[in-house]
Structures are given as C-alpha cells and as structure tokens.
Design a protein around this ligand. Sequence first.
Ligand code: SAH
Length: 481
Amino acid sequence: MLRSSLSSCLRRSVIPILFATSVRSQNFCSSSSQTQIPPPPPPREGAEENHYDSRPTASISIDRSGLYNHPEHSHEPSSDSELVKHLKSIIKFRGGPITVAEYMEEVLTNPTSGFYMNRDVFGAGGDFITSPEVSQMFGEMIGVWTMCLWEQMGQPERVNLIELGPGRGTLMVDLLRGASKFVDFTKSLHIHMVECSPTLRKVQYDNLKCTDEAVNEEDHTKRTISMLSGAPISWHSTLEEVPSGSPTIIIAHEFYDALPVHQFQKAPRGWCEKMVDVEENSSFRFVLSPQPTPATLLYLMKRCKWAGAQEIAKVEHIEVCPQAMDLTHQIAKRVSSDGGGALIIDYGENRIISDSLQAIRKHKFVHILDDPGTADLSAYVDFASVRHSAEEASEDISVYGPMTQSQFLGSLGINFRVEALLQNCTEEQAESLRTGYWRLVGDGEAPFWEGPDEQTPIGMGSRYLAMAIVNKKQGAPIPFQ
Ligand code: SAH
C-alpha cells in the first residue's frame, strides 16, 4: 500500500518536471518507415519433407571459426557473400541441414558479417524503425518507469542500469535527458550496455556523448562517462558479464525478438523440426527433420509442459526460443539476488507462438532465406514462456503483465507529455509528434492521416506488450498495480 502510494506520488511529481523539458531536435523521421510488426501472415512456409540423411545434427560439434577461414573447402560461385559461404560450409561439413535457430543466430550476429555487426540498421535510411527512434516520448516514459522503480527500491545510492540491445542508444539518451532534473537518481546510475555489435557500440558511445577519463594515471586505467548525466558507462557482450552485487534495473526493448528461435512443425510422424538446407542449385531451402531432433526433445517438450493440451492441439507450428528462456532465468536470478527489476517490451503474445519469424530489408518484408545478412530477422516474443522461465528460476521475484504498450505508456502519462510538447514546437515537429504518438499507442491506421496512403502511420499500441520481473521486496511496479 505504502509503496504503491509512494510511486503514484512520485509519478505525479516526476511527470510535471519532466514535461517542462523540450522537443528533441533529432530523430524526426519519415512516418512510412517499417516497424517490426509483421504484416498479415503470408501463405504458410511449410518445410519440404526431408531430403537429407538422418544423421544427428546437434551432437556434432563444429569449430566454426576454423570452417570460416578455410576457403579451399568452398566450391561455391564467388558471387556468394561471406556469410552465405559460411552458412553453406557449416551445412556441408555438418553433412546435413542446420536448425532455423542456428541460421538466425549466424545471420544476425556472426562476428564478421552478421546483420547487426557492421552497420547502423535503424531509421529511415536503415532497414526498420523502433519506438525510441519514432519519438523521444518513448525513452522519457521508460525513464519515468525506471525512476519510480528506483524510488520503490528505497532510492539506493548506487544502481546498475542495464540495457540489453540498445541499438543507437536513443532510449538511454532520452531517459537521461528526461531524468536530468532528478539529481539523486542520475547520480546513482552505473550504466551497462549489453551490445554485440562493435558498430552500434560506437554509435551508442557518440550519442551518449561519452568521454574516457583516467582513473589511475600510473596504470593507465580509464573509465567512460556519459556527459549527458555524468554516469559511468561500460559495454558488455552478455548479461553474465555485467558485474552483480548492486541493486539492478534492466531494460530490454526489442531485444528478445532478435534471439534465435527453433521452429517445429506437426507432421504425420509427430513433431519435427524445420531446418535450413542447400539445394542442388545452391540456394537455401527449408526441409523438415525426418524424426524429432534434440531441440524437439529438449525445448519443444519443455515449452509444451507449460501449455494446455487444447492450446497445443490448435497449432500446426510452434516456435521456441531457448535463449529467451535462458536470459529470463538469468534476469530473474539477478533481480532476486541484487534487488530491483526488469522491464521487457517487445511485440509478441501471451501464449505459444506459432509461425512468426520474418525478415525486413529496407522497410519491406522479404523471404527469410533471401540474401542472408542483408535483412533483419525477428520473431514474436512468447511472453507466457518468459513468465514461466522467470517463475521457475526464483521464488523471490514476481512477474507482472504483459499489458499492451498503449496501456503501459498511457498509464505513465504519455498523453500529458505529448500535449506539453505540442505547446512549444514548430509545425513540422507537431506533425511528427502526432504521428509518433499514434505509432506508439495507436491501433491500426491513423484516422487523422491526410498524406499519401503508403505513408499512413500504423499504431504499435496493442501489438507491443510490456512485462515486468521484479524482486518481491519492491512490491508491484507502476503501472502494473
Ligand atoms: N533496443 C533498440 C534496438 C533493438 S534491435 C531499439 O529499440 O531501438 C536489437 C539490438 O540488440 C541491437 O542493438 C543489436 O545489435 C543487439 N543484439 C542483437 N542480438 C544480440 C545478442 N545476442 N547479444 C547482444 N546484443 C544483441
């Protein structure tokens, strides 16, 4: 009771101060950019029945770096990209197809040629657009949520603020700018960015106005500070690498959807796994495993235990994301030992996901197997599985939600924020704010839109969901009470 009234007091005090800040001068972008919301489902991509031998796939361990460096093993036409050659060499040396999850992981995060590794993929000039890039209000509202949780945590003097998959760092920039008047909060922050892409790390460093300062002249140790708030900031490849031991707040926006999924398909012989193989003519194709794979036995069975028989009977396809289960387990353990909480926002559903994997290149949906490494791959997040994974990991945490993004941002006061910003901006900014607001909280096509049809803003308000995992000591976080 006390905690909930504290946080509503804070919300009342945070929002008016925050709203005194102004419109950011960047990131107003074309309303036509594609978000990662999938279009109506395309004709189902059934995998072909198996055309490969049934040697076990997951039990063979392959040194991929070695494979990648041996051009003499490749007899493919030279027009193949490095990543395509690499994928084909794995399939060739494996002596059979690879799982969709392996394919997705290589395509997105292969250290030399993965989709995210070498370029800035966001915004009008990139491949897709995300909520922080749509409007500054998104990061500001996440800032309100973060400050309220910090308040509920008892205003600790030191907090690890961890962002998973920060993209351009725009969410963190808007969060810090919005929170700049709350000095006790900003002084407590130690920011940790979990990012695999060296290119995006550099973009984040620049956008957060970072500078390196010497800690010890003698041994040349340095630390990096974001000049936006004076907070120390560091980069890590995984959540495990972030030091534990301090109260923690974790933000994961559109991170889970990039984690590799296994795809399973119901066949007359039972559940089989969809795999990626190379055809005679050297292009990629889907095939179906002749029998249950190790992933079928391990992950599909685990996921199905959390579902009702009726739910499973209704679907012909199931996607399972073991890395999401693993990550959630780690988050729950950390929140339970260090205190604090995590916020996960992504598009998805609160039940088994059937067949959602999609590819987007230059704001258009393309085939998943087309020119791998040049299009983003992402899949719906199975929030029911996230909840089960967290609850299984620790009894000291509570899971809240999911609720729609529109409810989440609405309850945090985004409508007041947009009104405040509209009072002090140019016509161009006002149009951008209105379309941005619609895209964040609206549902379907914006009714007020008078521009070209193909640029009609599409709302993400009900397709994107928010879920919180918090230490029980904190009580329910806003706005999940
Ligand atoms: N949160 C940002 C970006 C979302 S895109 C936004 O909303 O704009 C996904 C982000 O996660 C990118 O920064 C990508 O480089 C990073 N990423 C994807 N897979 C990753 C992995 N396995 N480990 C670390 N970072 C990853």
